[in-house]
Design a protein around this ligand. Sequence first.
Ligand code: CTP
Length: 399
Amino acid sequence: MLSGKRILLGITGSIAAYKSLQILRDLRAAGAEVDVVLTKTAERFVPSLTLQVFSCRPVHSDLFEHQHEMAHLSLAQTADLILIAPVTAHFISKMAMGLNDDLLSSLLLSSPAPVMIAPAMDLGMWGHPAVKSNVAQLKARGVQVIGPEIGPLASGKVGMGRFSDEKIIVSQVISHFSEAQPSLEGEVVMVTAGPTEEPIDPVRFISNRSSGKMGYAVAEVAKSWGARVVLVSGPTALPVPDGVDCYSVRTADEMKAEVARHIVSAGIVVMTAAVSDYRPSVFSSEKIKKTGKNYNIALEETDDILGGRPKGPQGQVVVGFAAETENLLENAQKKLKQKYLDLIVANDITQEGAGFDVDTNIVHLIDVHGEITPYPKMSKHRIAGLVLKKALALKTSVS
Ligand code: CTP
């Protein structure tokens, strides 16, 4: 998949640096030629000899080692892609400022190649305004940022900052080369994402395990393809992708109202939200106290937002999701018909690596013409790309 591609793998000084060994091996297994460039601090975390053996090439770290050969210039000119994984907060700030005081930062300044970075750092650092603004600057310059993810960190804390899974990073590199990027310029894409929360009393609610990752991935990819993106999101811990108009809601009713406002101007609608099907019939304005007896909560159905949506503009393409635990294709096909959809993304949430709160999914796409396409386990970003591509193809075939 990567044969003939030359990738410059930059590694900076993070505890996650040892994971770059697997990335190197996987890139090579996919056929890429990989040149490794280490920063001085990275050398303390990962042995350059090991990288040399796995890459079958010399590993570079010193700006002045090959002065006569102008190593930095030749590496910079021949790379098809620069991947820096992991990248630290320190190196991100150097990139944002355009500082070049070592080999890797000098290569970045002299290379025309596209750049991807996979950050790894503690949650406090990732949330710091300085890092946020540096990352935003890099994104604005076209640098693709992979992750980070929410999870356990080296500090013992749990939060946003964890280095993305090696497989996800490699799959993003593969999609970079394999998918010609379609344009959504001039298109409005509306996405629903996350769970809803249906309050029982001021401190309790009914919800589900949706993390919002699938919907946020659709929003991010649609934005990067040039669309104006409206994201209607239930409560999640995810940052809003740059340039996306996000409307935060809590309950199914609030989501319904926000969807009704925006769906009328959207050419493509992707409903990934895991909307609560039931809400408590009565909301107790006081905290419900323990009585020593069993307590039953009466539930009533919420409205089906997708099924009861207002009419959209001519040629609108509507995509639904079906998370199932049994009779996957049958149930998904039923939803496709009942909700008048153009496309449904069916996933069996009992499979490992599919469903809630993971970065991957295993899906079938079923379109309105009955075409069923199964896909292997993929990153949610890749699935987002497939869904949007298919939606665009359906839209073009209708209009
Ligand atoms: N959906 C919605 N409003 C609801 C329930 C679901 O808009 N109240 C949307 C979801 O965003 C998804 C699709 O409908 O795109 C299917 O959701 P799912 O929960 O799988 O189906 P339900 O219709 O709720 O059926 P069931 O839970 O019985 O499987």
